[in-house]
Design a protein around this ligand. Sequence first.
Ligand SMILES: Nc1ncnc2c1ncn2[C@@H]1O[C@H](COP(=O)(O)OP(=O)(O)OP(=O)(O)O)[C@@H](O)[C@H]1O
Ligand SMILES: O=c1[nH]c(=O)c2[nH+]cn([C@@H]3O[C@H](COP(=O)(O)O)[C@@H](O)[C@H]3O)c2[nH]1
Ligand SMILES: NC(=O)CC[C@H](N)C(=O)O
Ligand SMILES: [Mg+2]
Length: 512
Amino acid sequence: MNINREVILILDFGGQYTQLIARRIREANVFCEIVPYNIKPDEIKAKNPKGIVLSGGPSSVYTKNAPICDNAIFNLGYPILGICYGAQLMTKSLGGKVISAPVREYGKTEVILNNNTPLFKGIEKETMCWMSHTDQIELPPADFKVIASTANCPIAAIADVDRKLYSVQFHPEVIHTPKGNEIIRNFLFEVCDCSADWTMDSLIEQTVKEIRKKVNGHKVVCALSGGVDSSVAAVLVNRAIHEQLVCIFVDNGLLRKNEGDIVVETFKRNFDMNIIRVDAKDRFLEKLKGITDPEEKRKIIGNEFIEVFKEEAKKIGGVKYLVQGTLYPDVIESGSPVAATIKSHHNVGGLPEDIGFELIEPLKMLFKDEVRQVGRELGIHEEILNRQPFPGPGLAVRILGEITEEKLGILREADNIVLREMKKHGWYNRVWQSFAVLLNVKSVGVMGDERTYEYPIILRIVESDDGMTADWVRIPYDILEDISTSIINEVYGVNRVLYDITSKPPATIEWE
Ligand SMILES: Nc1ncnc2c1ncn2[C@@H]1O[C@H](COP(=O)(O)OP(=O)(O)OP(=O)(O)O)[C@@H](O)[C@H]1O
Ligand SMILES: O=c1[nH]c(=O)c2[nH+]cn([C@@H]3O[C@H](COP(=O)(O)O)[C@@H](O)[C@H]3O)c2[nH]1
Ligand SMILES: NC(=O)CC[C@H](N)C(=O)O
Ligand SMILES: [Mg+2]
């Protein structure tokens, strides 16, 4: 959708903080988009950005296959901010010199800034910054001035103020650079002249208009899971084209205890929308029989979802569009020219090639917290907005190995206890997700003086801003104990409970 608003483009060189740059810019009410580093100058011009950011990255500019952007980009007249690898690339591309530094810098370092330059305006001269590099700028390009330095890195930032080209060796996007937000805001407002026009109400208004124009009298089905994202997407589309919309909730047999009834009841109580519930348990479970590979499971589920939507759309007749509650992280994690495929989200990378619909994904550029904000503006009840995320492939990616009715039954009960205890102790809304995972190994235990040989349940409770990174929650021991005891006492087939104490990265939130 081509919405008319100011945009900053972030060229992604594969840096681990690229998404953080995007978040910081959006927090300043400026829209931004992450694009591959090898984007063509013409494509950039077509997007008419207010400015460009070159992200960090793992490569060294002087190596053979280092990712390099088109040199013409530096001459288009747009303001550019290079960060770390991006800074080194700007330097090299414009005739300066980058070398492997005598001392690697990793962590917090004191930096001396020249606060007479627009990028550092209003910031005290001496402050802290976060460094993470092995290379550094040895010689800036002609016409560039050094505007910051640290003890180990004499050229920590450079600028050609007239051409609005800036580069910083440190990372303003991470919170360990306390003035980082101000530096990014200075780039946006002092250098790029942005007007902060990215607000949720403007987004809603523009999106509703776009959808009306695009749909133009055709019928639309919405894949509705009852989760936050599809609920917000459905309400948004409903606002645009109420009569033409039918929501389809698929019971794929991989849902949580009583989930189907709860979703349909909550929806009917809260919204005036057409909603169909499809019982597709048997066909999903049949297709998943004998499948153990995580990516294969995801692809099968993505395919089967589409098959169900196609069949339902055929019954309705005249359906041209499918609405999904796809978010930005789903798109990012499903892989891109520079980023690895971590896992194929069923609604993006897991889709079949020919889906038979045109997609409408109004939230595709948003992070979860932004979606919740949109939901609030739309007047959606907190009961729905505060639901923890639940992946479309559901319990299938929380049962390691083959999915069977027996395992689904065990996991459903265990999961229900986790959620019940989290709510009882007032912790459900304090975390990003809390759930159970069933392993495909068994261990020995003793219950009522009898030997047992049963499955372990893994407890996964994480906090996160957007699902891109996460940390395990330091949950009080007595809550862990309550959960563990309840699972062992109430769930047949489980004799051990373990707590997952791994952050993301290196793990992911879901186990598959
Ligand atoms: N059981 C389902 N029936 C119909 N559509 C579904 C189902 N599960 C997932 N989807 C579709 O896939 C999309 C992605 O699922 P995802 O779980 O990321 O989002 P969500 O369920 O809407 O929100 P949340 O992240 O809060 O669970 C949903 O927005 C929805 O369009
Ligand atoms: O709708 C979805 N379809 C999927 O295929 C999918 N895979 C993961 N998730 C959810 O995304 C967030 C990040 O999960 P991971 O750390 O496991 O990648 C977590 O919140 C996960 O629950 C999915 N959601
Ligand atoms: N964080 C980065 O962008 C690192 C850039 C480059 N790989 C270096 O080590 O200097
Ligand atoms: Mg969901």
